[in-house]
Design a protein around this ligand. Structure first.
Ligand code: SAH
Length: 287
């Protein structure tokens, strides 16, 4: 689909969004995390960040009334967008009528078989301003299909973005940080004020780019074990490694010979160190 030369339907203003909602008798639904983008500059920033090329396949999660959807379509992307709210879907179906490059899926992204949706093409970009309350499960779903994505551009709650990037020893460092940093390069591109949304949420946001790593950050002999250890480390965050790994019942001599000091707290370990621990334990288990 070539880049459309028609003017983008200008949805990114407070008046336009409010008018559409009132016209349709829709009101923003809190439980669906509906905070619509109403700022042209931020819309432009998202589009620029995604570096859309004509004909690229783009997956959007949470279309809302289609502000980002149509902007992506105007760049010539082939957009597949998923929206749970039927009212929003029916409005978007009308707005998108003259956009053959927009496909709307009415449904819940967490229940949808994304693998089938993505079959159409080997490579996709994800561009989305998703509902913040379900970003973790969305990310886990995207990670499980990471081979399909060249880049993932997301609007996220700012604290959440910081958690994704958190380093060992900081209070934000968590299983999520490890899981995401293991699979992806993550960068906060732009801090975004809460005032660019309607209704105004009570948190600030950030535009974040995640790029699936071609080579993993650490190479481990047993990935499942790596994440098992990471998970155990944070289940008992305040305990030292010796105690927090106990439930995993590793061979006893591991405790004497561990290459990592087990009096340390798990939350201080870098991905590389968890890798060292994993390889050491994996060697013992195999024997
Ligand atoms: N992208 C739009 C809307 C953002 S609000 C904009 O920037 O204006 C988040 C959107 O996600 C809402 O429209 C909400 O209805 C939708 N949503 C919430 N939960 C969803 C789910 N489980 N699956 C798909 N869409 C969902």
């Amino acid at each position: 689909m070539p880049k459309l030369n028609k003017p983008i339907i200008d949805l990114a203003t407070p008046t336009q969004v409010k008018n559409f909602l009132v016209e349709r008798g829709l009101s923003p639904r809190k439980f669906l995390g509906q905070h619509f983008l109403v700022d042209k500059n931020i819309l432009k920033k998202i589009i620029e960040t995604a570096e859309i090329k004509e004909g690229e396949k783009v997956l959007e999660i949470g279309s809302g009334i289609g502000t980002l959807t149509l902007a992506l379509a105007c760049e010539g992307a082939d957009v597949v967008t998923i929206e749970k709210d039927e009212g929003a879907v029916s409005l978007l179906r009308e707005l998108a009528v003259s956009y053959p490059n927009v496909k709307i899926i009415s449904g819940d992204v967490l229940k949808l078989d994304l693998k089938t949706v993505l079959k159409e093409s080997p490579v996709w970009k994800v561009v989305s301003n998703p509902p913040y309350s379900i970003v973790s499960p969305i990310l886990f779903k995207l990670v499980s299909l990471k081979e399909k994505f060249s880049s993932i551009v997301l609007m996220l709650q700012r604290e959440f973005a910081e958690r994704l990037m958190a380093q060992p020893g900081s209070k934000n460092y968590s299983f999520l940080s490890i899981k995401m940093q293991y699979h992806m390069d993550i960068e906060i591109i732009h801090k975004v004020s809460r005032r660019v949304f309607f209704p105004v949420p009570n948190v600030d946001s950030a535009i974040v780019v995640l790029k699936p790593r071609k080579t993993l950050k650490v190479k481990v002999s047993n990935e499942e074990l790596f994440f098992k250890i990471a998970d155990a480390m944070f289940r008992m965050r305040r305990k030292n490694l010796k105690n927090s790994l106990e439930p995993l019942n590793f061979p006893v001599d591991f405790y004497e010979k561990s290459p990592i000091d087990l009096t340390r707290r798990g939350e201080t370990l870098s991905l590389e160190e968890i890798g060292i621990l994993t390889d050491f334990i994996n060697g013992k288990i195999k024997k």
